[in-house]
Ligand binder design. Structure first.
Ligand SMILES: [Zn+2]
Length: 94
């Protein structure tokens, strides 16, 4: 029991170390333009769907707020990615 608590706290500390900062508008614009305003997963454009900026490697896994780690995803793909990538959060809904 003690061991579980220790691990839990360690995970919490790691996650709080990575600041989830707001991506500056000029960076968003750069990523959108680089990706031609197209979702990098399903290829939909800004005309067909709402686009968002996604961290390719999530911040919680050591990803950086860097343009090389950012991509354009539509809200649907972004949501699906979030659902798939971290099984810890799914358990609550099973
Ligand atoms: Zn998409």
């Amino acid at each position: 029991m003690y061991r579980v608590c220790q691990d839990f706290l360690a995970t919490r500390n790691q996650m709080s170390k990575t600041p989830r900062i707001r991506i500056p508008p000029e960076v968003k614009k750069y990523v959108f333009q680089r990706d031609k305003y197209q979702c990098q997963s399903c290829g939909k454009t800004t005309v067909e769907t709402n686009l968002s900026i996604d961290h390719i490697i999530p911040l919680s896994r050591g990803g950086q707020n860097d343009i090389s780690n950012l991509q354009t995803l539509c809200l649907i793909c972004n949501q699906q990615k979030t659902d798939n990538i971290d099984p810890r959060f799914r358990r609550h809904f099973d």
